[in-house]
Design a protein around this ligand. Structure first.
Ligand code: FES
Length: 129
């Protein structure tokens, strides 16, 4: 996996314009093909995030899955809502990933590649690959 220890997307040098930022509504997504990579770009409350459209379990198109939150355990029988709207569930078998960090929720070893996304002053949506 190509991320730094803090979970931030690895810096890449190539910028690819994939369209206009206003084409993706709040809570929406856009799946694009860049060379051999299929990448899903999601618009969350804090901005845009991108992950590879490939589930590390058995290769499903991960970015076609549902977005939701999860719960963190607290005291006995208490659960605290967490990661609201940024958990992507694979449409095939339900593995879940935090699309901000790429980390799997079930298995700390499972990850999905993340990509930095920028919006230019002109409103173009740019993915770093
Ligand atoms: S292919 Fe994604 S959970 Fe199985």
């Amino acid at each position: 996996m190509a991320e730094d220890p803090a979970g931030a997307p690895r810096k890449r040098s190539r910028e690819v314009v994939i369209g206009r930022a206003d084409e993706v509504p709040a809570g929406g997504r856009k799946i694009v093909q860049i060379d051999h990579l299929s990448i899903g770009v999601f618009r969350l409350a804090d901005g845009f995030h991108a992950v590879r459209n490939y589930c590390p379990h058995q290769g499903a198109e991960l970015c076609k899955g549902s977005l939701h939150g999860t719960y963190r355990p607290g005291a006995v029988a208490e659960f605290t809502p967490a990661l609201d709207g940024r958990v992507l569930r694979c449409p095939w078998h339900g593995w879940e990933f935090d699309i901000v960090t790429g980390k799997g929720l079930y298995d700390a070893k499972s990850r999905v590649m993340t990509y930095e996304v920028k919006v230019t002053e002109a409103g173009d949506l740019v993915v770093m690959v």
